[in-house]
Design a protein around this ligand. Structure first.
Ligand SMILES: *[C@@H]1O[C@H](CO)[C@@H](O)[C@H](O)[C@H]1NC(C)=O
Ligand SMILES: *[C@@H]1O[C@H](CO)[C@@H](O)[C@H](O)[C@H]1NC(C)=O
Ligand SMILES: *[C@@H]1O[C@H](CO)[C@@H](O)[C@H](O)[C@H]1NC(C)=O
Length: 423
């Protein structure tokens, strides 16, 4: 807000931009400091940020110039959806995120201000749409004018099955996608696979996993030997499109003969683990549990979330359920896919793992060769700005965007159900 106000004031009084900006910032700081004893601390935060920004990097001050004097070479991104939702929130506002993450390309400027470039929407280089909003949007909610040079970008971290695109105005509409799908223009993933040197090598559509190690280190074997409980499931959403809750019920029954069970934590279960200490639940998984249920809330290609990462990162074997081809994300043999096994077979393998240290340890034969990281924000944010400066045009793929995003969108959107019999 403060930055916006500054921008507008400056538009009126175009004098020596940077000095003027910093002068205004200090003026506002003083004023707000006075009020901040009464009001909340957030305006102070904003001012502090603005001060830091003009002290930090002269390139930053450039963006406060009048729109008709904006430096060439910047890409202006307009957020058409609210800015505070994942993953768009990662882009922050203004140029800050790109500078903070030390991106190799930083000349991108993010705003929600539709009037920034003199109220002319066609002057933005890119307009970003969040998938959760797109799911509810109609033609009348779209920007009223469009320049052929502009890129319309679809952002989404949520599954296609929870947020299908139903309105036909979105076919032949987007130029670029930023989603968890591996075939997005900019894949924005929940986690990545690293090799032993720390280089990101996956996930990939045709992932080639190294041969597993024959021997597992004894510290790891010792840790595995101390586990005592079959499986944990942490869940807060008790009803899902994937029906994972039914799977868990059947699995509980199938585990009874083995005198084992799934420990269900969170709102849909009886167990709690303290969230006051951030890592307490993670430590619990690592110490006690052979398996961790990484069941997605819906089925969609490549939709593999932090649940899988959590299992792997806590030395537990993931039991997965989802619409992905999981060998893009995990070495075959390092997980159990509940979508590929009967519940009886799943229970049998879990029980076998609990009884046989040798069988269980085989799931861990890749652990010295790969690691899984969820520290991807920097990479993702930088990739967006870089992609805008070097767009890879693939408009053709998005001609039938609704189908690209959700191959069964007609059923999911109820488009087919409205066919002749009902009319
Ligand atoms: C960016 O670079 C600065 C200066 O080299 C460094 O202090 C900072 O930690 C870096 N930030 C990130 C996110 O790597
Ligand atoms: C983006 O896609 C639209 C619709 O397909 C198209 O008209 C426009 O030319 C494309 N823009 C660029 C820069 O390719
Ligand atoms: C889990 O993630 C943390 C932070 O990224 C990392 O330091 C740790 O080594 C990981 N643990 C395992 C078992 O991969």
């Amino acid at each position: 807000m403060v930055r916006l106000a500054l921008h507008k004031m400056h538009q009126k009084l175009a004098v020596r931009p940077i000095l003027f900006l910093c002068f205004v910032v200090s003026l506002v700081t003083t004023t707000l400091f006075y009020f901040s004893t009464v009001v909340s601390t957030s305006p102070q935060e904003l001012v502090r940020a603005a001060l830091e920004e003009c002290a930090r990097d002269s390139r930053y001050a450039e963006v406060y110039r009048r729109p008709d004097r904006l430096p060439p070479g910047y890409k202006y991104l307009l957020l058409w959806s609210p800015p505070d939702i994942e993953p768009i929130v990662g882009l922050g506002s203004s140029q800050r995120a790109f500078l903070d993450h030390n991106c190799s390309v930083v000349n991108c400027y993010v705003t929600t201000d539709r009037n920034l470039l003199g109220g002319d929407l066609t002057r933005f280089d890119a307009i970003l749409f969040d998938g959760r909003h797109v799911a509810k949007m109609k033609r009348k909610h779209l920007p009223p004018v469009r320049h052929p040079r502009q890129l319309y970008i679809y952002f989404n971290s949520e599954s296609a099955d929870n947020y299908p695109v139903c309105d036909e105005c979105f076919d032949d509409f987007f130029n670029m996608t930023v989603t968890y799908r591996l075939d997005s223009d900019v894949p924005w993933l929940y986690f990545a696979v690293q090799d032993a040197l720390g280089h990101v090598v996956g996930p990939q559509a045709n992932m080639r996993w190294a041969q597993p190690a024959r021997i597992i280190s004894s510290p790891l074997l010792d840790r595995l030997a101390r586990k005592t409980r079959a499986a944990a499931w942490f869940v807060s959403n008790c009803w899902s499109r994937s029906g994972r809750e039914h799977l868990v019920n059947y699995l509980q029954k199938a585990l009874v003969p083995y005198k084992l069970q799934v420990d269900v934590f969170g709102q849909c279960g009886r167990l709690k683990c303290s969230r006051t200490v951030d890592t307490f639940c993670d430590k619990l998984i690592e110490r006690d549990y052979y398996f961790y249920l990484a069941l997605e809330n819906s089925f969609a290609e490549d939709y593999v979330t932090e649940k899988v990462w959590r299992a792997v990162n806590n030395t537990a074997v993931p039991v997965v359920l989802g619409g992905a081809q999981y060998d893009r994300f995990l070495p075959p043999g390092s997980y159990l896919d509940a979508g590929q096994l009967s519940v009886a077979e799943l229970a049998k393998r879990i029980a076998h793992a609990v009884r046989s240290p040798t069988y269980y340890s085989r799931f861990f034969r890749w652990r010295e060769l790969y690691s899984w990281t969820n520290k991807l924000l920097e990479k993702n944010v930088c990739a967006v700005c870089a992609a805008l400066h070097a767009p890879r045009m693939s408009t053709a793929r998005y001609g039938h965007f609704r189908r690209w995003w959700h191959p069964e969108y007609e059923e999911r959107c109820g488009i087919k159900d409205l066919s002749p019999s009902l009319l």
